[in-house]
Design a binder for this molecule. Structure first.
Ligand SMILES: [Zn+2]
Length: 211
């Protein structure tokens, strides 16, 4: 893969968000430059912001997909919500294997963690979308691909959600390939309260490649 041309690369500072376009056929990497940091990602059809990525729906569809039956929460195919149901992106490289299909942190989650005024991924998404003249409340999908999140559900048959520090270290990455023109909205998760970022917020790097 070294012969592919890098079209753009940038660092998302800790506790911030960034929105960027990835064209159909292009790929992008979400890279740990310090390690143990979650990047929460939401996706939109770049030409129709109503067509949003739906994490839980993607998990359900991946469960039934013949290429990886039963791998509900390790999805490789990311779909938009009903009524669109298009494959927006696929996860083409994920050697760590850790991600969580579900909500990113929000105001209510930070309140529940006992930090009501704490910054959340929702704040990062709001700021990032301003560059595209988009108001979060008009399009918000609380359904994210939480890259590098080390979260397990029901490991002991008790229905509990287990949040652990990320296993990913410096240099680890996930790679996605876009199957439509996609607006990617990313958040370097600002939660230093729960174990999700190992209690310390860090930066994330992105690289966009020609297909
Ligand atoms: Zn977060």
């Amino acid at each position: 893969m070294k012969d592919r041309e890098i079209l753009d690369e940038f660092i998302m500072p800790k506790c911030t968000g960034k929105a960027f376009l990835v064209k159909e056929g292009q790929s992008f990497r979400v890279i740990q430059i310090e390690g143990k940091q979650v990047a929460s990602l939401i996706f939109f059809n770049a030409h129709n912001y109503k067509e949003q990525f739906m994490a839980e729906f993607s998990g359900g569809l991946n469960y039934f997909h013949p290429e990886q039956p039963g791998s509900h929460y390790r999805a490789t195919k990311l779909y938009s919500k009903v009524p669109y149901e298009n494959e927006m992106l696929s996860l083409t490289d994920n050697k760590i294997g850790d991600h969580f299909l579900g909500p990113p942190c929000t105001k209510a989650i930070m309140e529940a963690l006992g930090e009501p005024d704490h910054r959340s991924c929702s704040d990062n998404f709001t700021d990032a979308l301003k560059e595209f003249d988009i108001d979060l409340k008009d399009i918000y999908s609380p359904s994210a691909f939480n890259a590098f999140a080390n979260i397990y559900i029901d490991t002991d048959g008790d229905g509990r959600l287990n949040i652990r520090p990320p296993r990913s270290e410096m240099g680890d990455y996930l790679e996605f390939t876009a199957h439509m023109d996609v607006l990617v909205v990313a958040s370097a998760c600002p939660d230093d309260v729960s174990p999700i970022n190992d209690y310390e917020c860090k930066a994330i790097k992105f690289e966009i490649f020609e297909g």
